[in-house]
Design a protein around this ligand. Sequence first.
Ligand code: PLP
Length: 400
Amino acid sequence: MIEGKSIFTRAVHAGERGPQPDFQPVSTPIYSTVGYVYASMEDLDRIFGNEREGFVYARYGSPTHSALESALVAVEGGEAALSFGSGMAAIHASLLAAGVKNGTSLVAAYDIYGATYSLGARLLPDMGVRVKFVDVTNLEELSKTLSETKPAALILETISNPLMKVADIPTICHMAHRAKAKVVVDNTFATPVLFQPLKHGADFSVHSTTKYIGGHGDVLGGAIITSKENRAVLHEIIKMTGGNLGAFEAWLTLRGLKTLPLRMRQHCQNALEVARWLEGHPRIARVNYPGLLSHPQHELAKKIFPPGFFGGMISFEIKDATKEKIFRFMEALELIIPATTLGDVYSLVLYPPMSSHRALRPEERAQVGISDQLVRLSVGIEEAAEIISDLEGALEKSRR
Ligand code: PLP
């Protein structure tokens, strides 16, 4: 095709679109292309018209994205998945697909990631959505709210950020469906290893894949796992709103997913050890971890999660600590990183009023139960004894 052409033409086209190889790469390649060509224009036309599967344009999907999406379905169940550029893009799209729009209502869990709270408390009301926050562990209150507000959707987290409350998703899905509400479950903290929301009745399972699924603190992303029908609606939404994941990010996320079960085993073992140690420390006023007997939903967690798996996230309150004391504690840590994220191989610590829940007004945080003494710890996959020794040293150094 390019033989005999000028250097300008050869430089542009040389090396591209060669014959189809007779091998398969072992790992899915990064499809760094925006467009796709087919032998016949009719094929392209049929793909645009959703009459056959295929790829036409990067915002509509790519083989790298499809590989990630089918891997997510393989580990979490459901029928189909769609990846997004961030967890928040996925949460926003799931609410739109669940029918949340001007004139409808949304019920949201009080104890939820800060940006999801802000979406419900600020952006959606500005767009004409009535939003009601509830404590989803209080089933009586939830049932009353559902029948009073008749929402289009209910959004909640399997294990809540930052108080680690565990939601009875199977019962809640029954209640919500009776009220004709779609259920959106943010399964980021639990991961598919602990819980599969669609198997228990949820309509949309949402993940910030930035966290455990990516797992290495190097890629921002989100995903929704749902039915084929809902995926088709989401696909139309992403085509219009464009919150897409990049191809390299899709590839990194797929790579992360391969070791998710191995990492979760270590995260959960470590977190249980660390939580038990923290609970016995004289400077710790309270520990929130579903694996502890003292946790209000410990029995529920045992029922809905695999044996010994209670997640890698802990939050705890340091007795009489001021913000300054908490900052000194965080600075005194040598192994655990005081950075704003979670679910990585590294142990990470965060002060919710400063970062994840900063967008909440102090009175909103107080209402949710996020005190100024609360610290959130994402337990990594290092050696548990070394994580504990770091916590011990920092608690001692920040005592005065
Ligand atoms: N859901 C939960 C539970 C989170 O903790 C976060 C972020 O911390 C998000 C969603 C948002 O994810 P992202 O930062 O990928 O947009």
